[in-house]
Design a protein around this ligand. Structure first.
Ligand code: FAD
Length: 427
C-alpha cells in the first residue's frame, strides 16, 4: 500500500512528492500531462504585483518576502507566512544547485526585473542562472540577438520596447542555419543543437563579431538542454561578455530543464512518476451517514484501460483552471474534475469576468478555487474537511489571482512543501 498518491506533475506536485519521499514515505505521482513549466518563463515568481485595493492598480513589489505579511486571507501566503515561503524557497534554491539547474535571486533579496519575450520588464524573484544576466538593474547595454526564420523571437521588437523604457539595447540577426540544418525547428530542437560544442563555438565566433565593447548579449532561451551550463560557460568564455537568455513563447526550454531535473530527482528518491494518467473518478467510504470519510481509490483513464490507485493519503495538485484540474461548461458552471470539490469560483458565466479586460481588480474566475484549512485540507461549506485523507496544493487553491500577482510558482513550491509536511504529520 502506498502512503501517498500525488495527482499533478507541476511544481506543486513535484515539490510535494519530493518532500514526502525525502521523509521516507512511499509515494506515487500521476498526472494527465506535463505541467505549466513547459509554458511559462521558467522563473520562480513569488509576488510581482501586490494584490490591488478596491479601485487601485496592482503595485510593483520590490521585496516580495517582506510584502507577504500584508497579503490578506484566504490567500495561501496568509497560511504560509513569510517564514513558510522563505524556507521553502531556500530549500528549492539549494536543490536546484544540487541538480545542476541553479536558480538565483537578486543580491539584495528583492525582485529581479527581467526582459520578457516582447521586451517588457517583468518582476521575478528567482531566475535560472542563464536569465539573471538580463536583470535590467545592471548597467551594461544589451545586444539582443535573434535568428532569421526563428519563430516568435523578434530582437528588434524587444530592443525597441526596452529603449522606450529607458534601457539601452540594440538588435542583431544571425542566420538560423548556424544552429541547425533542418527547415522546421522549434526552441527545443534548437536547444538540442546547441548541446554540440562545435555549434556553440560557431555561434560564439559570430557573436564576437557583432559585439561592441561593454555590451552584454541576450539570446532566445535555447542555450542547450543536456549541457546547458556548459553551453553558457563556453559562450561566456569565448565572447568575454555576459550572456543571458530571454524566454521564448512556448515550449519553454528553461521550464523543460527544471521539470526534467525535478522529475529525475523524485524518481531517484523512489517515486514512480506516471504521465498520461488522467484522474477521472474516485471512491470514498464514511463511517456514518453524512460522513464523506476516507478516499479508498482514485481512478485514472489511460489509452488501454481504467486503473485504480490506492493509497493511505492523497494530495491534489492539478493546477486549477490553468492546469486542467477544473472544467467548465458554456453556462458557466466550473467544477473540480476528480473529487468534485466545493469551489469558490462563480458558477454563472456573467460573473466570471469584469466588464473591462484590463480591470485592475483582475477577474473573479481566476481568484476562485479550492478553499483549504491551515492543514491544507479542502473544506466543505461548514468549514470541515471534505475527506479525512485528502490534501491540496498549488494553483488550484482559492484566494489569489496568481497570474495577475505573478505569484504562482511561489504558491506552488511553498504550498506543495507545506501540504506534504502536514499530511505526513497526520494520523
Ligand atoms: C501559459 C502560462 C503562462 C504562465 N505564466 C506565469 C507567470 O508569468 N507567472 C506566474 O506566476 N505563473 C505563471 N503561470 C502559472 C504557473 O507557472 C503554474 O500554473 C504554477 O506553477 C502552478 O503549478 P501547479 O503545480 O499548481 O499546476 P500545473 O503546473 O498547472 O500542473 C498541473 C498538473 O496536474 C495535471 N492534471 C490536471 N488535471 C488532471 C487530472 N484530471 N488527472 C491527473 N492529472 C491532472 C496536469 O497534467 C499537470 O501535470 C503560467 C501558466 C501558463 C499555463
Amino acid at each position: 500500500m502506498l502512503d501517498l498518491l500525488v495527482i499533478g506533475a507541476g511544481l506543486a506536485g513535484l515539490q510535494a512528492a519530493i518532500t514526502a519521499a525525502q521523509a521516507g514515505a512511499r509515494v506515487r505521482l500521476i498526472a494527465k500531462g506535463l505541467s505549466a513549466t513547459h509554458w511559462a518563463a521558467g522563473t520562480v515568481d513569488v509576488l510581482g504585483y501586490a494584490p490591488a485595493a478596491e479601485g487601485a492598480a496592482p503595485a510593483l513589489v520590490q521585496r516580495p518576502l517582506d510584502a507577504i505579511a500584508g497579503v490578506p486571507a484566504p490567500h495561501p501566503y496568509s497560511l504560509l507566512g513569510r517564514e513558510g515561503v522563505a524556507s521553502a524557497l531556500d530549500s528549492f534554491v539549494a536543490l536546484t544547485h544540487e541538480l545542476g539547474v541553479p536558480y538565483e535571486g537578486s543580491a539584495n533579496g528583492g525582485n529581479l526585473l527581467l526582459p520578457s519575450p516582447v521586451g517588457a520588464p517583468r518582476p521575478a524573484f528567482l531566475a535560472p542562472r542563464a536569465q539573471r544576466g538580463g536583470d535590467l538593474s545592471r548597467p551594461e547595454p544589451m545586444l539582443i540577438v535573434g535568428f532569421q526564420g526563428m519563430r516568435d523571437f523578434y530582437p528588434e521588437l524587444i530592443a525597441a520596447n526596452l529603449n522606450k523604457q529607458g534601457f539601452a539595447a540594440r538588435a542583431a540577426f544571425l542566420p538560423l542555419s548556424l544552429l541547425n540544418s533542418q527547415h522546421d525547428r522549434n526552441s527545443v530542437q534548437l536547444a538540442h543543437g546547441l548541446d554540440n560544442p562545435r555549434v556553440t563555438a560557431k555561434l560564439a565566433a559570430e557573436l564576437k563579431r557583432l559585439l561592441k565593447p561593454g555590451e552584454r548579449i541576450g539570446l532566445p532561451a535555447i542555450l542547450g538542454l543536456a549541457n546547458h551550463l556548459g553551453v553558457l560557460d563556453d559562450l561566456r568564455t569565448q565572447t568575454g561578455a555576459v550572456i543571458f537568455e530571454i524566454p521564448t513563447l512556448p515550449p519553454s526550454v528553461p521550464g523543460i530543464r527544471l521539470h526534467a531535473a525535478l522529475r529525475k530527482h523524485v524518481e531517484a528518491l523512489g517515486v514512480r512518476v506516471e504521465i498520461g494518467m488522467e484522474g477521472i473518478g474516485f471512491h470514498a467510504e464514511g463511517d456514518a451517514e453524512g460522513d464523506a470519510g476516507n478516499i479508498q481509490w482514485v481512478e485514472t483513464s489511460t489509452s488501454a484501460r481504467p486503473l485504480k490507485h490506492r493509497a493511505a493519503k492523497y494530495l491534489l495538485a492539478t493546477g486549477g483552471i490553468l492546469g486542467g484540474g477544473f472544467n467548465s461548461n458554456h453556462l458557466g458552471r466550473v467544477w473540480e474534475v476528480i473529487f468534485d470539490l466545493p469551489l469558490t469560483v462563480p458558477q454563472q458565466r456573467h460573473q466570471w469576468f469584469q466588464s473591462q479586460f484590463l480591470d485592475p481588480q483582475g477577474h473573479p474566475v481566476f481568484r476562485g478555487g479550492v478553499a483549504v484549512n491551515g492543514d491544507w485540507q479542502p473544506l466543505k461549506g461548514d468549514g470541515t474537511p471534505v475527506y479525512r485523507n485528502l490534501w491540496a496544493a498549488g494553483g488550484l487553491l482559492a484566494g489569489g489571482d496568481y497570474i495577475q500577482e505573478r505569484s504562482l510558482e511561489g504558491v506552488a513550491i511553498a504550498s506543495g512543501r507545506a501540504a506534504a509536511t502536514r499530511l505526513l504529520q497526520a494520523a
